[in-house]
Design a protein around this ligand. Structure first.
Ligand SMILES: [Zn+2]
Length: 304
């Protein structure tokens, strides 16, 4: 199993005046491509494996290598955390996520950040691998907000979906992470429900990208030629640049996910905008280039 190699990396010194740092929870073979992509075929996967291995697909297990990570934005005197990984000590249906001790919060501290110093926690969407460190188990067995002085921002459609019947049915697959990682934030009075085009400041704004989940957002950082898009689960792996119509088994609305992904790829293809999807292997950021009718992802140089 490939374990964490890089625990902290600056994507760039700055986008406009915002410093971006990513804190990795894990980077390892996680999902069988046929499990992730229902539209894939054995023939296509065998062909693509030639270039996916070993960087993007494990030669031994054939599982796709995915990163779990959070992005820290230091912007205009505020510290903003985008996505909080799988989390520790959480009961989950997927064995690899169940009752783990990844130690992500120790890495967050080692990188020079203080949980009490976080001003805003932002979720690209409310899936199990994006909200885990929202809460921490305390000595009395209760889930408490990990970032006690932060406002946690959730988009309105996302909260509605996951607290309603359709979201509730999907939670059967993963275990009810909403109960231990989202509802305690509301109970503590730290939650703010925002619209999908909410702006944090002049340099950080939400970009509505529904489909993978109804209230999925990306986060635009910077402006003009100096732009980073933290892209959440618009793309899970580089395969979706080659096959943009491949939505995942985990997409709430496969057709909407496809539409949003294609529009996203077309918008940023052949521009200088840097894209940081939630799960791409290190260095985790790059640019989108058009290639025939599809696209490819050109990673930045590896981190030093
Ligand atoms: Zn995800």
């Amino acid at each position: 199993m490939k374990r964490v190699a890089v625990v902290r990396g600056r994507i760039d010194v700055k986008f406009a005046s915002t410093v971006v740092t990513r804190i990795i929870e894990t980077e390892m073979p996680l999902l069988d491509p046929a499990e992730l992509y229902p539209d894939s075929t054995p023939e296509i996967l065998a062909r693509e494996a030639r270039w996916l291995m070993p960087r993007f697909q494990c030669p031994e297990t054939h599982k796709l290598i995915l990163t779990m990570q959070g992005f820290v934005l230091q912007s205009r005197g505020k510290t903003i955390l985008v996505d909080t990984c799988v989390g520790d000590c959480k009961h989950r249906a997927r064995p690899l996520f169940d009752n783990q001790r990844w130690g992500w919060l120790d890495r967050f501290r080692a990188a020079g950040f203080d949980p009490e110093g976080v001003d805003i926690v932002l979720s690209t969407h409310l899936h199990v691998d994006h909200v885990g460190w929202n809460t921490t188990l305390d000595d009395t067995g209760h889930w408490r907000p990990t970032f006690p002085n932060a406002r946690y921002l959730f988009t309105r459609p996302e909260v509605g979906f996951w607290t309603g019947p359709a979201g509730g049915a999907l939670l059967q697959r993963t275990g009810d992470y909403i109960a231990d990682s989202v509802l305690p934030i509301f109970a503590a009075g730290l939650a703010d429900v925002v619209e999908m085009d909410h702006r944090i400041n002049e340099e950080i704004r939400l970009l509505p990208t529904p489909g993978h989940s109804p209230g999925h957002i990306c986060v635009e950082v910077g402006h003009g030629q100096d732009l980073l898009v933290i892209a959440g689960d618009i793309l899970h792996t580089v395969l979706q640049c080659t096959y943009p119509h491949w939505s995942t088994r985990f997409c709430a609305d496969a057709a909407a996910s496809w539409e949003t992904r294609v529009r996203f790829l077309q918008t940023y293809a052949d521009t200088e905008t840097r894209i940081a999807p939630a799960h791409f292997p290190s260095p985790g950021v790059g640019r989108i280039r058009s290639e025939g009718a599809a696209f490819r992802f050109v990673f930045d140089a590896p981190e030093a």
